[in-house]
Design a binder for this molecule. Structure first.
Ligand code: GUN
Length: 304
């Protein structure tokens, strides 16, 4: 008999979060996200299009800086420096991957951590990594800067009311944007986490033990139904195209037969990752605003 699978509607969850953020923006005033993209990778351009559209729907100014692949790294660093100084810019996002000749680490390190919406700067990622166990029931996490993919996973788990504490989680993929931060988040929430990669000898043996399975490799249909156990919560952060058709890491139909909850691609974790990015932007804007007010007060104090 076919198990009842609950498909998570990422678009609806993202819309709900965006509606909440829109309310919050009313008390903040105009803010701006800037994005930097080097070269013209089709996937990067399409991600940026989505971010720009959603930002504008929220009433946020989104300014895209498009640099040719041939631009010098110095020019990129100078642009970041200028945006770091610009008081009208609250968030800076460098679209990844950069062309292979660009030193990704050096570029990311140059972003002012106070404007780092991706939570990729070592100061922000370091703070996130050093977080001790998170309290599932507390809402404090919403005031923390989290990598957007990790925040999206948390939003999904909260929505289905599934605490990872004491659960076995398997995260396939160890990239800085998704696999690594999600593994960290799940362990902070008390899960026992296996972080698998392309060298894992028998991936199916690991994935079959998962109560929460996250895949973030970009390998289309890597995870087949035979590789998961009944009742699994299967979250798909893969995004690839086969003959023009968008495809996730999960073989959706066969995994859905066994999963209790599953995210589709497109329309699953992706949209929530984008709404999480804007949640981060607003969090950073509020912090900057408080800091400016404190600085202003301090200066005034000095003048008096
Ligand atoms: N490339 C694909 N997704 C993302 C993202 O969320 N942020 C950045 N910086 N690059 C990406």
């Amino acid at each position: 008999m076919r198990r009842k699978t609950n498909r998570i509607d990422g678009r609806a969850l993202a819309q709900a979060e965006l509606a909440r953020l829109k309310q919050e923006l009313k008390s903040i005033g105009p803010i701006q996200l800037t994005t930097i993209n080097v070269g013209r990778r089709a996937d990067n351009l399409s991600y940026l299009k989505i971010k720009t559209r959603l930002g504008r729907e929220l009433g946020i100014k989104v300014t895209n800086y498009q640099l040719p692949k041939s631009a010098s790294v110095t020019k990129g660093l100078q642009l970041i420096e200028r945006l770091n100084q610009d008081q009208a810019v609250q968030g800076i996002l460098v679209q990844l991957p950069l062309p292979p000749t660009w030193p990704q680490e050096e570029i990311i390190n140059r972003i002012n951590p106070e404007k780092d919406v991706d939570c990729l700067h070592p100061v922000n990622f370091g703070r996130f990594s050093l977080t001790p166990q998170l309290d599932w029931s507390s809402e404090n996490w919403s005031q923390r800067l989290l990598p957007p993919t990790a925040r999206a996973v948390l939003t999904i788990l909260k929505t289905i009311n599934y605490s990872p504490r004491g659960r076995r989680a398997v995260v396939v993929g160890q990239g800085n944007l998704a696999g690594k931060p999600i593994s960290l988040l799940l362990s902070q929430l008390g899960a026992t986490v296996i972080s698998a990669n392309e060298f894992t000898p028998d991936l199916a043996r690991e994935t079959r033990r998962a109560e929460i399975l996250v895949s973030a490799t970009g390998q289309p249909k890597l995870i087949q139904g035979a590789m998961v156990s009944p009742g699994v919560i299967a979250l798909d952060l893969g995004f690839s195209r086969i003959k023009g058709k968008i495809q996730g890491d999960l073989d959706f139909d066969s995994v859905a037969l066994k999963a209790n909850w599953i995210t589709p691609v497109p329309g699953g974790v992706g949209p929530i990752t984008v709404s999480s990015l804007f949640a981060n932007l607003i969090l950073l804007a509020k912090r900057q605003d408080t800091k400016e007010r404190v600085n202003f007060r301090n200066n005034r104090h000095r003048l008096l």
